[in-house]
Design a protein around this ligand. Structure first.
Ligand SMILES: Cc1cc2nc3c(=O)[nH]c(=O)nc-3n(C[C@H](O)[C@H](O)[C@H](O)COP(=O)(O)OP(=O)(O)OC[C@H]3O[C@@H](n4cnc5c(N)ncnc54)[C@H](O)[C@@H]3O)c2cc1C
Length: 495
């Protein structure tokens, strides 16, 4: 086992990052250094050292626990090829891709558990109807769309039921307009989507009414209809991916570390190479890559991790809170497809200040767009809100009422029902979407920190973009040619 590098504790290193505007280094104090191994559970040599934040004399150590002010590392040290921070849909699908597409070993570490972040709140649509052909997101989204379909098909071929395993349903999707201007826009969208190779149809008011009799339709109404659009259930899908990943545990290739926040990076200090992470309980070395897929926490986490080294990295991903209403055993509304109002397209990509028609409540800009689906268990899911209120995830009844009212604008039968009548059969999912100001996720290596990659910032499309994101990240790490251009998602653009 090779020792990565050596280090003297009183040395100050300067990392040169002149060509990297987003990542600035002042000075970095290193204590000792790390070594690594690609064997799970491999013991580290007794003379391994750590990179640690702060002054050298207060650094953590493993060599001489008797020194005053220095704590001994008694927690376990383990080594993997790849360490992934974040067990949301992005982190877990990246793990899956490494496991099925290479022979590397993988550790997934999360400060909580899978589905505790945005993923657990997801409505589950993987639709293409609101995606724009030719946009910078198109290739990634289209690739993911194809990969999800392939996964569902492969489950069928193996005798499994995608509905059971993933909550998979091919319901088709309707992007609904209510004015003549919106309907004209939808006609153009249908043309674009058809030219991009998707089965797409424009429905005028009478065809739309035939498809969805519960929908309020007047003479100006229209919809873009994609009959092949699918949805999944985020919880079932994550459970399926986790189960599949765990099959590699017996081969010594997969370990999960849950309820373990990552606290710092480990580095040799000699060349900015990050060699793993330290959690509250464990030190996890990575031979090939550390992938940070921590959703809306990615910006603050990276900021804190590199700040300890006197560096600055500003990944502008921030939390965009969403409420989603879940109605169990709800028989008052029958839907044949997944539905979304046309305003969703702008609300997803715009910053709050750009949203027209959004509600303002005590200076906080809130937008609500109607989305409606029926999940694999038969629950009616009605969404959803968007607002910037930091990392707060408290239930806000006024927002739930607004979502209900907005749904009533589209489905008149709901207007006669009060949410309080629904009582115990009502749940609300709340999640923090990882929002990027330019509307694109950040996927790729971090300049100046070799071995570190980011995969975050998918806002309201992380479920749909997960499989292509996972493929893109693994291709980068493994040095394979990418199936989609990664340039639009580069970390360098974070300034
Ligand atoms: C109401 C709502 C509806 C949505 N509907 C859809 C939809 O229908 N279709 C769609 O495609 N997308 C949808 N989305 C968006 C989708 O849910 C997200 O884009 C996606 O879940 C993001 O996944 P992620 O893995 O990046 O983040 P997350 O799921 O948030 O996972 C990040 C993980 O990182 C962990 N973490 C954070 N800090 C640390 C640390 N220091 N150490 C270790 N771990 C850490 C967290 O605990 C968390 O588990 C919806 C979102 C919301 C809120």
């Amino acid at each position: 086992m090779a020792i990565a590098s050596t280090f003297c504790s009183n040395t100050t290193f300067h990392t040169h990052t002149n060509n990297i505007p987003s990542l600035r280094s002042t000075s970095t104090h290193y204590s000792r250094f790390a070594s690594n191994s690609n064997f799970i559970g491999a013991k580290l040599p007794r003379n391994s050292f750590y990179l640690s934040a702060g002054k050298p004399q207060t650094n953590r150590h493993v060599v001489n626990p008797s020194l005053s002010g220095i704590r001994s590392i008694s927690a376990s040290h383990q080594a993997f090829d790849v360490v992934i921070v974040g067990a949301g849909v992005i982190g877990l699908t990246i793990a899956r891709q490494f496991l099925i597409g290479s022979d590397l070993s993988v550790a997934v570490v999360d400060k909580a558990v899978p589905c505790s972040g945005a993923t657990g709140a997801g409505q589950g649509y993987l639709w293409m109807v609101h995606k724009t052909p030719g946009s910078e997101l198109w290739d990634l989204t289209m690739r993911s769309h194809n990969l999800w379909n392939k996964l569902a098909e492969s489950l069928c071929e193996q005798g499994m039921n995608p509905l059971e395993e993933l909550g998979w349903k091919k319901t088709g999707s309707l992007l609904v307009g209510r004015t003549s201007a919106e309907s004209d826009m939808l006609k153009k969208r249908v043309k674009q989507l058809s030219e991009a190779g998707l089965k797409a149809e424009y429905l005028g008011s009478s065809d739309l009414f035939d498809k969805e009799p519960a929908l309020l339709v007047d003479k100006d109404s229209g919809a873009a209809f994609l009959p092949d659009d699918c949805q999944l259930d985020a919880h079932r899908t994550v459970a399926y991916i986790e189960k599949a990943n765990k099959n590699f545990a017996s081969k010594g290739r997969y370990v999960e570390f849950y309820n373990e926040p990552v606290k710092c990076f480990i580095s040799s200090g000699s060349n900015g190479e990050v060699q793993g992470v330290e959690t509250i309980n464990n030190t996890l070395y990575s031979k090939k890559a550390v992938i940070v897929a921590a959703g809306c926490w990615t910006g603050s986490l990276m900021h804190d991790l590199v700040k300890k080294w006197g560096m600055e990295l500003n990944v502008p991903v921030k939390p965009r809170k969403g409420h989603l209403l879940v109605l169990e055993n709800f028989s008052s509304l029958q839907l044949n497809h997944g539905l979304m109002e046309v305003g969703y397209v702008d609300h997803q990509s715009a910053s709050s200040s750009q949203i027209s028609g959004s509600e303002t409540d005590h200076g906080r800009t809130l937008s609500v767009s109607m989305t409606a689906t029926v999940d694999a268990m038969g629950n009616l899911l009605i969404g959803s809100s968007r607002e910037f209120v930091g990392f707060n995830t408290d239930l806000d009844e006024s927002i739930v009422n607004y979502i209900w009212k907005r749904a009533g604008d589209f489905f008149p039968t709901l207007r006669s029902l009060s949410l309080s009548d629904i009582g115990a059969n009502r749940n609300v999912r709340i999640g923090l979407r990882p929002y990027m100001p330019d509307g694109k996720p950040v996927i790729g290596p971090v300049p100046g920190l070799s071995n570190v990659y980011l995969a975050a910032g998918h806002e309201g499309g992380g479920l749909s973009m997960a499989l292509a994101t996972a493929e893109l990240v693994t291709d980068m790490v493994l040095g394979h040619p990418g199936k989609v251009d990664n340039a639009p998602f580069s970390v360098q653009r974070c300034r």
